[in-house]
Design a protein around this ligand. Structure first.
Ligand code: FAD
Length: 301
């Protein structure tokens, strides 16, 4: 099967392929094993063709953005990982931006700045792609994707395209329809507000300064380890339990922000999972609160 599939895959134009490809470098945590197949579509057409072709094969498929909200298992991924990073066209008309899913939020925020459009400042320091940001309804500093999204163009795993309205996307705290239904983000349309370039830039710089001051950006991580339970802040809670700086292997609860687990160099997914479990157990024991991890676990552990 693999040989037939490999042959068929090479017939798709604008599709780059790698086999037995390490995923570590495609995650901000710098953790994880190899993917059997790693595919990089360079156009919408290549992605659609790829999905259509995969119908003939029973192969798990994972859509990868910037890998900033995932923990990849040490044994890697048995199946095909489709990396969206080369799908990054942007179109701006008036105050409406439509961008492909693979663009980074930083690049997108800079495009909005150049066009004098305000609304994406909050996202400029989030190290994800637009597709991942829609999937997670990413947010920061009191704003979230939900505030600016008008709709999105989505693909199902057969390669059919659908236009979803904002309401249909069901955006809520770190949630979207994409977590309920097997759909892939192709592009997102956002409505921004005309603004003053200097003010937009100043806001981006200020938010990123705050981020740098508070978050351990000097170490690899997957961002906040846990979702925020209603009425509580995770960082201070973990700190109160004396776990700040606690380390299992090279996975450590950040000394700068206890809500983050960082990779001190050679942490494995197994180390991180042990540390997550330890925090969950201790928080539940002491506070009766069930912490839920924010990053998603991908592949074999
Ligand atoms: C240092 C740091 C700071 C962070 N700060 C914040 C923050 O302030 N606010 C916040 O909300 N998050 C934050 N995050 C988490 C993360 O950046 C966001 O969740 C981001 O939106 C994830 O995007 P991604 O492209 O990296 O997604 P990935 O990690 O690649 O994937 C996450 C999920 O999205 C899915 N996905 C990705 N692209 C698509 C697509 N095109 N179609 C369908 N599904 C797709 C994947 O399949 C996966 O299930 C932070 C992370 C780090 C490392």
């Amino acid at each position: 099967m693999m040989e037939n599939l490999k042959k068929a895959l090479t017939s798709i134009p604008e599709l780059e392929l790698r086999y037995d490809h390490g995923l570590k470098e495609y995650t901000t945590f710098k953790i994880g094993g190899k993917a059997d197949i790693f595919a990089i579509p360079r156009s919408k057409n290549a992605l659609v063709k790829l999905l259509q072709l995969l119908q003939d094969y029973r192969l798990p498929v994972f859509i990868l953005g910037k890998g900033s909200n995932i923990i990849v298992g040490d044994k890697g991924y048995r199946g095909i990982v489709i990396y969206t990073g080369e799908l990054k066209n942007v179109n701006i008309e008036g105050n409406i931006i439509t961008a492909e899913a693979g663009i980074t939020l930083a690049a997108l925020a800079n495009k909005a700045l150049a066009a004098g459009l305000s609304g994406l400042e909050f996202a400029s320091g989030i190290p994800g792609s637009l597709g991942g940001a829609l999937y997670m309804n990413a947010g920061a500093y009191g704003s979230e994707m939900k505030d600016i999204v008008k709709g999105a163009s989505l693909l199902d795993y057969f390669g059919n395209e659908y236009i979803y309205s904002k309401e249909e996307l069901k955006l809520s705290y770190r949630h979207s329809i994409l977590q309920e239904k097997p759909l892939i983000v192709l592009s997102v349309t956002m409505e921004l507000k005309e603004g003053d370039k200097e003010e937009i830039k100043a806001k981006m710089l200020e938010l990123n300064r705050r981020r740098k001051e508070k978050q351990p950006l000097e170490w690899p991580s997957a961002g906040s380890t846990f979702k925020r339970p209603e009425g509580h802040y995770v960082g201070p809670m973990i700190e109160e339990l004396g776990l700040k700086g606690y380390r299992i292997g090279d996975a450590q609860i950040s000394e700068k922000h206890a809500g983050f687990i960082i990779n001190r160099g050679n942490a494995t997914a197994a180390d991180v999972i042990k540390l997550i479990k330890l925090v969950q157990d201790k928080v539940y024991e002491e506070k009766g609160i069930k912490l839920e991890p924010e990053p998603l676990f991908i592949g074999e552990f």
